[in-house]
Design a protein around this ligand. Structure first.
Ligand SMILES: [Ca+2]
Length: 134
């Protein structure tokens, strides 16, 4: 598998979430114009899942957004001091809702090349009140 990021710090993971939320806000704001309805702003819901990965192993965590919501951002946070854990994948995915758009969950996958157990967290920022486009 191809490595996407190296040594992800909690600050970077939070930054990725913030960027995703910001971009989502731009996309939502771009849809509003003259004559747009005064619908309530989307409600953001933050979800996390804790994972463990053993030495010389890989593991992933899936965070589901839930019915009636869409994923608008997410990220992975690893052990900051453990430089042997790599984020392999951090992405929105489809997880069995209607349709196959990758819009209802966030998946994070890590590779531990060290010789001790490590923990990681996967975050999903979900929104109610937004429509997904294919
Ligand atoms: Ca989906």
């Amino acid at each position: 598998m191809k490595r996407v990021m190296r040594h992800v710090s909690p600050g970077l993971a939070i930054g990725l979430v913030a960027l995703s939320v910001a971009l989502g806000g731009v996309a939502m704001a771009g849809g509003a114009g003259v004559g747009a309805s005064k619908a309530a702003p989307p409600k953001l819901i933050y979800k996390t899942s804790d994972g463990q990965v053993g030495p010389d192993s890989v593991n992933g965590e899936l965070v589901l957004c839930g019915k009636g919501t869409h994923v608008v951002g997410g990220g992975v946070s690893g052990p900051g001091a453990n430089t042997n854990v790599w984020v392999v994948s951090s992405q929105p995915v489809d997880s069995g809702d209607k349709g196959d758009a990758p819009d209802d969950a966030w998946y994070g996958f890590v590779d531990n090349e060290g010789n001790s157990d490590a923990s990681f967290q996967v975050y999903a920022v979900c929104a109610r009140g937004v429509a997904a486009t294919p």
